[in-house]
Ligand binder design. Sequence first.
Ligand SMILES: NC(=O)c1ccc[n+]([C@@H]2O[C@H](COP(=O)([O-])OP(=O)(O)OC[C@H]3O[C@@H](n4cnc5c(N)ncnc54)[C@H](O)[C@@H]3O)[C@@H](O)[C@H]2O)c1
Length: 379
Amino acid sequence: MKTIKIAVFGTGFMGRVHTEAARRLGFIEVVGAAGSSLERARAFAERMGIPRAEADYRKFLADPEIDAVHILTPNQLHFPMAKDALLAGKNVVCEKPLGTSVAEGEELVALARKTGLANCTFHNVRMYPQVQNMKAMVEAGEIGEVRVIQGTYSQDWLLYDTDWNWRIEVGPSRTFADIGSHWCDLAEHVTGLRLRSVCADLNTFYKTRKKPKGPVETFAGKTLRPDEYTEVPIETEDFGSMIFRMNNDARGAMTVSQISAGRKNRLVLEIYGTKKGIAWDCERQDELWIGERNEANRIVIKDPALLEPKARPFADLPGGHSEGYDDTFKQIFRRFYARVADRAAAVEYPTFEDGLRQLKVLDRVLESARTQKWVEVSS
Ligand SMILES: NC(=O)c1ccc[n+]([C@@H]2O[C@H](COP(=O)([O-])OP(=O)(O)OC[C@H]3O[C@@H](n4cnc5c(N)ncnc54)[C@H](O)[C@@H]3O)[C@@H](O)[C@H]2O)c1
C-alpha cells in the first residue's frame, strides 16, 4: 500500500496515543507535529521520532504531501482546526467532541460533505471486540426487543479541588461532553436506537478549584505541589445523571462522573431485552456478561472463535490475549485509512455526522439540566 503522510495537532495524551497507533498500520508516516508552542512541539517530535515540528498547524495544511491530519487538542480548537483542514483539502480525524456547539458540528458536516474528504469523530469505544459483539447480538435478535438501557461512565481523576485540566475551563459542558458523549454514542451505536427524550441533572461540586500555574498534561495533575496553584471559579460539571427514552420506547438511566473515587475509566453499558441481558465494563474489556432468566448467567471471554461473526474483524488476537484501548485506535485507523486510500471503501468508523449527533444530544442534555424538564432530542 502507498505510504500515507499525516500530521498530528496536539502533543499531549492523545498526541502520543494516536501517533503510536497510526504507525502500527505500517503504511502511515507521521511527518509532523503541531503544539501550543514551538518548544513543546519540538520536544514531542524529538521524543516520538517525528521529523518536523511547528507551533502553527496551518503550516502543515499548506504542505501538499500531507494527506490527513489528526486533531488532538482541547475541544474549543476542534472546530477551527477541522474547518481549516477540510478547506485545505486534508482528510480529518478529530477527537471527540467534534466541537463545542451544534452550529459548529453542522458547519463541519456540511463542509465535509461538500469536499468529499474522509472524516472521523473519534468515538473509539465502539471498536472494542466485545462492544461489536454486543451490537451483533442485538442485531441478530438474540436479546429480543431492547427494553432497558443502564450504565455509567465514571472516573476519579478530578476528585480533589487540586486536580486540574484544561477541560475544567472549556464549556459549555465538561463531564458530559468529555465522557458522556462516549457513553451516549455507544448506547446508540450498540442498540441501533436513538435517544428520543432526556431528563438530566448536572452538578458542579467544586465552585472553585486550584489551578496550577503551569500547563498540565491530562491525568498528570495528581503529582503537583500546593504552592503551584491559583484559586479560580468553576462552571463545568463534575457529575451528571440522566433518565431517558429511546425511539422504540425503551427506557434507561445513566450517570457520568469524574469524582468517583477508585473508578479509573468505568464505562458500563447494560442492555436488557425481552429475552436476555448483556453488559460490558470498559475496565474488564475482554469480558461480556450475558444474563439469563431461566439458566445460569455467563461471562464470555474475548476469543475470535466465540464472537459473533460480524464482531470477529474487530479482534486481531487469539483468545486470552487481551485487546484494549490502544487497539481501538488501530481498528479505527485501519478502516479510516482504507477509505482515504480508496473512496469506494465502506465507512466503518464514526464520522463527523456521528460527532454532530452527540453535540445535538449534549445540547438537549444541557437544556434539560437548565430547565429541570424533559426535553425532546431531534433525530
Ligand atoms: N477518544 C479518547 O479516548 C480520548 C481520550 C482522551 C482525550 N480525548 C480527546 O482528545 C483531545 C485532547 O485531549 P488530551 O487528553 O490529549 O489533552 P492534553 O492536554 O493531554 O493534550 C492537548 C494538547 O494540545 C496542545 N495544544 C493546545 N493548544 C494548541 C494549539 N493551538 N496547537 C497545537 N496544539 C495545541 C497542548 O499543548 C497539549 O499538548 C480532547 O478533545 C479530548 O476530548 C479523547
